[in-house]
Design a protein around this ligand. Structure first.
Ligand SMILES: [Zn+2]
Length: 122
């Protein structure tokens, strides 16, 4: 999808309670597909979301990592431990890890971004 077209749909659809005739429409379906399948659309929509939350996404290797790290933090910016939806953690010293959800704070440190392949550790 053209990014400009996507932006127009995003304004109409994002963050709104949509009636079923809208969510069942081809236009809405194309919008949702674009988020999942079109990298430019996904990156733009994710940047908009993180910007609106005041999250500094620009310091991350890619939007996927920025979004997943954002999702790993609570309202105070603290890491949520043992939260099943959290799939990645980032610590202050640019250390990244995959949490093991076994009731403890266990995690597996990773050296490369699982999404874009960027080397993470200095
Ligand atoms: Zn990345």
């Amino acid at each position: 999808m053209e990014l400009e077209k996507f932006k127009g749909l995003h304004v109409r659809f994002f963050g709104k309670e949509l009636p079923e005739e809208v969510t069942a429409s081809e236009e809405y379906e194309a919008y949702v597909d674009a988020i999942h399948e079109d990298e430019a659309c996904y990156n733009w929509a994710t940047a908009e979301k993180l910007k609106s939350k005041g999250f500094d996404y620009e310091s991350f290797c890619c939007m996927m990592m920025a979004d997943k790290v954002y999702g790993s933090l609570d309202e105070d910016g603290e890491i949520k431990y043992d939260e099943p939806e959290v799939i990645i953690n980032k610590w202050d010293e640019d250390l990244y890890g995959i949490p093991v959800h076994n009731g403890s704070a266990t995690m597996v440190v990773i050296n490369y971004c699982p999404w874009c392949g960027t080397k993470l550790s200095a």
